[in-house]
Design a protein around this ligand. Structure first.
Ligand SMILES: [Zn+2]
Length: 466
């Protein structure tokens, strides 16, 4: 696992020192003042005090005074295309919100999806996300290479990325929620997904692009798509992702159509397992949580979206206690307009304290773990990312905590989680700079502002024509 090149002395090193460090390793090791040495695309060492002066090939030595260094944040649920339909249907529950937005979403094309992906990725990367994901499930006929546009945007930004290739094949005429014109055929969805895996999935340790099989939800896909999608994923050795147990309406839908709740329905179709992660999981009883724990099924907790759509509070403390892997998700920005993940650390903590466990629900370190190591677990990459340990990939963030916004809080992890959204002085992905001085280095932020506004207006015009 460890890079042999680093030992040869030919690889370039970046040293960050004089900073607080939260490694998020198994022991939650922290340093009040320490150093991180990056060699190539790997973390070479993490420790207390300054890095040795004698290190060879140091191309950059960064004074991290006033900063906290953490693993890069990992987003586990999102829908990038929604960046250009933000701020609509603002007072709806999930089903009413979906029905209001499906007709607009069905009109998206490749330039719109590219611009929306750039906007979504920019917002997250600037806020310390180093591994991003997109669950894209709207593929209108003749709309171009949407998966290619999304993956290309992530490559250009320089972030590590998972595309969950989604699909919908249960239109209203089959008892589903989306209109018939917004769905694919069963065969088309499976073929499109397989093609995306063959073309883009990289199974290697330091992969920048991975693909997952991701039918949208029980109320928008057929049982056959779930079954055959699971078979496809296991044949190809990729992960499985979908929405589960988001609202009471979904639970009622499953009971009416399938005679069982969502978790039992997922189990009957092959959708529980250590290679599966599901978004939301708000309406879970004790036996649902036990089934997730028994099978190793992961959860993408999306607190802001759940609040925005009045879905409820996921039982994250109970899931963690049972041993369920839990990461954090922004969710699509039509139901979480901010599009930021670093603020979800705080929201996850606050919202879970409104639930049954009150002040004991989550603490600052547990919230940071959800957004880092927990995300790596649910994406199946905990061996490579999610904590700062020698041999792991060099994905890390330097949070600036010495301005008036944070400087009076002594504990840096508390400052990061409880305090205002902290600026990112430096973000490295695979050892390369993506954010410097709170600005993206790989893309033009102003150009993204223009293209996302233009594409949002173009979509609104097309949708208004009906
Ligand atoms: Zn979602």
């Amino acid at each position: 696992m460890a890079p042999s090149a680093a030992r040869t002395g030919t690889v370039e090193r970046i040293v960050i020192e004089n900073c607080a460090i939260a490694t998020v390793d198994a022991d939650d090791t922290e340093y009040a003042s320490g150093h991180v040495v990056v060699a190539g695309n790997r973390i070479e060492s993490v420790g207390a005090g300054k890095a040795p002066e004698s290190l060879a090939n140091v191309v950059r030595r960064i004074d991290g005074t006033g900063h906290l260094v953490t693993p890069g944040l990992i987003n586990t649920h999102h829908h990038y295309y929604q960046w250009i339909t933000r701020g609509l249907a603002t007072d709806h529950n999930l089903f009413d919100w979906l029905v209001a937005l499906y007709p607009t979403w069905a009109r998206i094309d490749e330039p719109m999806v590219r611009a929306a992906a750039q906007g979504s990725l920019a917002m997250m990367a600037r806020g310390g996300v180093t591994t991003a994901m997109d669950h894209h499930y709207v593929y209108p006929q003749g709309s171009g290479d949407l998966s290619g546009a999304i993956i290309g945007s992530a490559r250009e930004m320089g972030v590590r990325f998972t595309l969950a290739r989604g699909s919908m094949d249960r239109g209203t005429s089959d008892g589903g929620l989306p209109p018939d014109f917004a769905v694919e055929s069963l065969e088309g969805a499976l073929a499109g997904t397989e093609e995306t895996i063959d073309k883009h999935h990289d199974a290697s340790f330091d992969a920048m692009t991975q693909i997952a099989v991701a039918p949208c939800s029980p109320f928008s896909v057929t049982t056959e798509l779930l079954r055959q999608g699971a078979e496809l994923a296991r044949r190809k050795g990729v992960r499985l992702h979908t929405h589960g147990s988001e609202t009471v309406e979904e639970e009622e839908f499953c009971k009416e159509l399938f005679g069982m709740g969502p978790t039992d329905y997922f189990e009957s179709t092959g959708w529980l397992g250590s290679d599966v992660w599901m978004a939301h999981c708000v309406h879970m009883n004790d036996s649902d949580i036990a089934a997730f724990a028994r099978t190793g099924t992961g959860v993408a907790h999306c607190p802001s979206s759940n609040a925005r759509l009045a879905a409820g509070i996921a039982r994250v403390p109970d899931m963690l206690r049972a041993g369920v892997p839990v990461g954090l998700g922004v969710d699509g920005t039509a139901s979480n307009e901010s599009g930021e993940l670093h603020t979800e650390l705080r929201n996850a903590l606050l919202i879970n304290r409104l639930g049954a466990h009150r002040e004991a629900a989550l603490n600052a370190r547990q919230a940071l773990r959800l957004g880092t190591y927990g995300g790596a677990q649910v994406l199946g990459r905990a061996d490579a990312i999610g904590s700062l340990e020698p041999g792991k990939l060099a994905d890390l963030v330097m949070w600036k905590l010495d301005t008036f916004a944070h400087s009076s809080i002594a504990d840096p992890v508390v400052a990061l989680v409880f305090g205002a959204a902290a600026p990112v002085t430096l973000s490295l992905v695979d050892g390369k700079t993506v954010v410097e001085g709170n600005h993206l280095t790989t893309v033009d932020e102003d150009a993204i502002a223009r293209s996302t506004r233009d594409e949002a207006q173009r979509l609104a015009r097309i949708a208004a024509q009906g």
